[in-house]
Design a binder for this molecule. Structure first.
Ligand code: PMP
Length: 410
């Protein structure tokens, strides 16, 4: 029995609890840069499941790896070893240049894991007195939805009435080196600095050039771990394998998720060198599904696709083209203030900052015109298509976006 979009929406609303605030479109198929709704209408996907589907929908190589492994062995838990995990860990560690990888499932879980590693490191390696470790985080961060993570969120929608919250976080302004230096100088018990190389959910805020490099240098000076959350920015999204690569920064702890599996399967990871990762001793952390053979096979294929298809380079080139084309258009349109981003992680800011309904209405019209995007917050619309897009498709999308914005500003 095939449901209409409306029937599927009604069913989900009746039996499913809320989590996000979804755009009313019901998808039933995806291939490459496209998705189709249940009525058969085709759209360009300009969200990519929040930058998870970087390799394109249903990439044959990744799906092949999934199917082969799913027929062979799906889950052992880490009560036993499995013959895929070590191969994947070796490959991913060498791709990102770390000694070790700790496999988890979701982005938030990997962030939690990184925080745990950082705290243990603080007590066991840095000599911070018990229960005194502090982790510096940034205003307007987004790192996930667990209780510890929302403890240091600014977003009232994500945070209200979920207390009591976890202690041990100091929040400073993003892209503010003097705030970081003052905080590190004043607080000898800081163990880590957790940062998004570009703040995605906050509205695609790209920090000043040199920020990450200088922040890393400050962390070194004060013996504080630099923890990069590349869940959204990683895996070629910004035009390099990692967003920190733009400034040749090597984090002490790297957090990956989303596109690590091409959106095919929940796979996340924390990477670090031995001196840090060794604080995780047998039995001190774990997950039933983390590192399962399907996840390992899928992630390995997903990383190979990024390399084989040159997706970082493509994201770099198409991102420049996208911003160039929009920058030609923006001066002719009072509705849009600016476009910003790196690689294929971009956003436009709508002029009427008072009223967030405009951004939503624009996304509804983009949907009618065959392109799916979502406001991050208020008046900011993120554009993050799969990285397997070609030039012609990108220019087609640019015309859809420009036509929609032009109609709106009339
Ligand atoms: N960190 C960042 C930077 C993210 O953008 C997200 C998801 N938007 C997360 C963590 C959380 O990932 P997940 O939804 O898989 O828990």
């Amino acid at each position: 029995e095939h449901l209409t979009s409306q029937q599927a929406i009604d069913l989900e609303n009746k039996y499913g609890a809320h989590n996000y605030h979804p755009l009313p479109v019901v998808l039933s198929r995806g291939e490459g840069v496209h998705v189709w709704d249940v009525e058969g209408k085709r759209y360009y996907d300009f969200l990519s499941a929040y930058s998870a589907v970087n390799q394109g929908h249903c990439h044959p190589k990744i799906i092949g790896a999934l199917m082969d492994q799913a027929k062979t062995l799906t889950l052992t838990s880490r009560a036993f070893y499995n013959d895929m995990l070590g191969k994947y860990e070796q490959y991913a560690s060498s791709v990102f240049g770390f000694d070790k990888l700790l496999p988890m499932n979701t982005g938030a879980e990997a962030v939690e894991t990184a925080l745990k590693i950082c705290r243990r490191w603080a007590y066991q390696k840095k000599g911070i007195p018990e229960d005194q470790a502090q982790i510096v985080v940034c205003e307007n961060n987004f790192h996930g939805r667990t209780t510890t993570i929302i403890s240091f969120s600014n977003d009232p929608v994500a945070r209200t009435d979920y207390g009591p919250y976890t202690e041990g976080f100091i929040k400073i302004a993003y892209d503010d080196l003097s705030a970081l230096e003052k905080t590190l100088e004043a607080n000898p018990h800081v163990a880590g600095f957790l940062v998004e190389p570009i703040q995605g959910e906050a509205g695609v805020y790209v920090p000043s050039e040199g920020y990450l490099k200088k922040a890393k240098a400050l962390c070194e000076k004060y013996n504080v771990l630099f923890i990069a959350d590349e869940v959204q920015t990683g895996i070629a999204r910004t035009g390099k394998m990692l967003a920190v690569d733009h400034e040749e920064v090597k984090p002490d702890i790297l957090i990956l998720g989303k596109a690590l599996s091409g959106g095919v399967y929940p796979v996340s990871a924390v990477l670090a060198n031995d001196g840090i990762m060794e604080v995780i001793t047998p039995g001190s952390h774990g997950s039933t599904f983390g590192g399962n053979p399907v996840a390992a096979a899928v992630a390995m294929a997903a990383l190979e696709v990024v390399k084989e298809e040159g997706l970082a380079q493509n994201a770099q080139e198409l991102g420049e083209l996208f911003r160039e084309e929009l920058n030609k258009f923006i001066p002719t349109c009072d509705l849009v203030k600016l476009v910003r981003g790196k690689g294929l992680l971009n956003a436009i800011v709508i002029n009427d900052s008072e009223d967030s309904s405009t951004a939503w209405d624009i996304c509804m019209t983009l949907k009618e015109n065959g392109l799916l995007a979502k406001p991050t917050h208020g008046n900011i619309i993120r554009f993050a298509p799969p990285l397997v897009m070609n030039r012609e498709q990108l220019m087609d999308c640019v015309s859809i976006i420009i036509k929609t914005l032009r109609d709106f500003s009339k």
